[in-house]
Design a protein around this ligand. Structure first.
Ligand code: AMP
Length: 303
């Protein structure tokens, strides 16, 4: 079992969906990732919060396998984001992004984190992602997330990061934009040529598509009766995916497909309530049971 270093946003989110609304709840890409991954292995979180992020907010990390030595607290306000979703929850609008203390964030990887064998670079400026890679000692596995903002705004820096990672985890719209190709199969192959050995494309409720040497692996999203808030589903998926890989004795083709199910399992919980609420109440037996549900969902007998 190997620890994972993750660097990304720790935030206060406000979210409105057709089923309700929450205001200023603890969230952020690195938060969703860490909580999900900590079900599988030890996580080392590097990020920044403001002095408005107090002990009651830190409580979401308490009692979990998450080392907060790399979480800086500085004067100012914590990163804030607000999103509103449309009726089918597949599309959302960002109402605001207040970077606040994130604006001057320079990741400082504590000495004790530098030899981390697994690294997850959550969605931040590609220059900062490169800075993190320069501070770690030859990690065995690096996974990367990004978003349209960086694909459009900092394409050259993003290309430099892509050349140094093993896996890119992005959503379908971002894959199309990054590759300039509408067809996702072709898009994935074009992105692979930019560096990552594997490309994992998240497709919301439609599931996940991953490149394999000899083709693709795809799973649907679990058909769920209660979906309240998709925020953080992508980061939660990444936490389950990378967490499972880090906990496995070796990364084989079979293990990578199991990791896709682990990611899909964790994401399926995240959307069942607002913010972190469902993940906070989640237990290991529930994770194992849902893993089995995925097996039943996708299993069929050969002809
Ligand atoms: P997802 O729904 O997987 O795209 O992730 C949503 C999370 O990402 C929220 O908790 C936000 O606080 C965070 N987030 C949104 N925009 C950004 C950004 N520009 N940089 C870093 N984190 C962000």
């Amino acid at each position: 079992m190997r620890p994972i270093l993750t660097v990304g946003s720790v935030a206060f989110d406000s979210v409105k969906t057709p089923f309700g609304e929450v205001s200023r709840v603890v969230a952020g890409a690195a938060t969703y990732f860490s909580i999900a991954a900590s079900f599988f292995t030890d996580v080392r979180l590097v990020g920044v919060v403001g002095d408005d992020f107090v002990d009651e907010h830190l409580a979401v990390f308490a009692g979990r396998r998450i080392d907060l030595d790399g979480l800086q607290r500085v004067a100012g306000e914590t990163f804030r984001w607000r999103g509103e979703y449309n009726f089918d929850l597949n599309t959302r609008e960002t109402i605001y992004t207040h970077l606040n203390v994130f604006e001057d964030f320079r990741p400082q990887i504590p000495d004790s984190f530098r030899s981390s064998p697994f690294v997850f670079l959550a969605n931040i400026h590609p220059a900062l992602q490169l800075d993190v890679l320069d501070q770690v000692e030859a990690p065995e596995f690096v996974a990367l997330d990004t978003m349209n903002y960086w694909i459009e705004g900092t394409p050259y820096e993003l290309r430099r990061v892509l050349a140094r990672v093993h896996v890119l985890v992005i959503n379908d719209a971002e894959a199309r934009e990054l590759s300039g190709e509408a067809n996702l199969v072709k898009a994935a192959r074009l992105i692979q040529a930019m560096g990552p050995e594997r490309v994992v494309i998240k497709r919301g409720e439609y599931g996940v598509l991953m490149t394999r040497d000899d083709g693709f692996f795809a799973v649907p999203g679990l058909p769920l009766e209660d979906v309240y808030d998709p925020t953080g589903a992508g980061d939660t998926f990444a936490g389950g995916f990378v967490g499972y890989l880090a906990a496995a004795p070796a990364i084989t083709d079979d293990v990578v497909t199991q990791a896709i199910i682990a990611g899909s399992t964790m994401a399926s919980f995240a959307v069942e309530d607002f913010g972190l609420d469902r993940l906070m109440a989640l237990t290991e037996p529930q994770v194992k049971e849902r893993f089995r549900e995925f097996k039943r969902l996708t299993h069929f007998e050969a002809l």
